[in-house]
Write a protein that binds this ligand. Structure first.
Ligand SMILES: [Zn+2]
Length: 273
């Protein structure tokens, strides 16, 4: 197993707002290898990584807020723990493979059900569990910063809920601080958290918006996502070039055309350089 990649999430982003550096907004995320599963389940896979800093209580409150806003992912409480989920998924994925006519006695295929189960529970769908919500400590906006903060080019790796096929894109998120300021890497973490569940892009956009709105206590927030949907690219109409753009604008971004233009200019300059 490899370890200690310096940029495990592949996130690349930039700060557009000036005078934001040096104010201590950056905080380091510690990434850990999630234990509890045998490493020999992997062939040459990267280790499971997840932000170490989670805030289950905040996750529960954000989940409740999304429910009130009507943008929650349709979910039921199974009462299963992660180990039970992995066991059941592995058993059922083996059935899918056998039904397709694959020979699970082949040593290349034998552990695939276990690997898929682990990937679902610990990696690509860990955002279904509100207990995995990232810790998002806010700081008081002591310097009275009231201009736009924009985090651009946030990596979006998700899966569509209709086909479980890849959604691959970028998110651009802006807000205007009121009383609270959020560590910049936390915006990336929130995008990552909601990406790690079966999604539709519209809901992903809304969930990021309302989670930030709850945490920052403002609606002066803009979220724009452009992404390629592999269910469109590799099946169905097989359109390899199209992408999908969704946005959710609130508060000043909705009401003030100058604010909206500033955001769109900043986004366009990275998407159409
Ligand atoms: Zn799809």
């Amino acid at each position: 197993m490899k370890s200690n990649s310096s940029n495990p999430s592949g996130i690349s982003s930039s700060i557009v707002a000036s005078n934001m550096n040096g104010n201590g907004f950056h905080d380091d995320d510690e990434i850990v290898v999630v234990s509890g599963s045998s490493p020999d389940l992997y062939l040459d896979d990267e280790p499971v990584r997840r932000s170490q800093k989670t805030d289950p209580e905040l996750g529960r409150r954000v989940a409740q807020f999304l429910l009130e806003k009507g943008v929650a992912t349709p979910q039921i409480d199974t009462g299963l723990n992660d180990e039970e989920k992995r066991t059941i998924i592995a058993r059922n994925f083996a059935e899918i493979m056998k039904t397709l006519g694959l020979d699970l006695s082949d040593d290349s295929l034998a552990d695939t059900p276990k690997r898929v189960a682990q990937m679902y529970v610990d990696e690509i769908f860990f955002g279904l569990d509100w207990r995995n919500f990232p810790k998002c400590t806010t700081v008081e906006n002591k310097m009275g910063y009231s201009s736009m903060v924009i985090e651009r080019n946030i990596n979006v790796q998700s899966n569509c809920e209709h086909h479980f096929a890849i959604i691959d894109g970028r998110a651009h998120v802006a807000y205007i601080p009121r009383k609270k300021v959020l560590g910049l890497s936390k915006i990336n973490r929130i995008v990552e958290y909601f990406s790690k569940r079966p999604q539709i892009q519209e809901r992903l956009t809304e969930q990021i918006f309302y989670a930030l709105s709850y945490i920052l206590d403002t609606e002066d927030i803009a979220v724009l996502i452009h992404a390629k949907h592999y269910c469109v690219k590799s099946r169905g109409v097989e359109d390899v070039n199209s992408d999908t753009v969704t946005s959710k604008l609130g508060g000043a971004f909705l009401l003030n055309s100058a604010t909206r233009s500033e955001f769109m200019r900043a986004v366009n300059s990275v998407t159409n350089p």
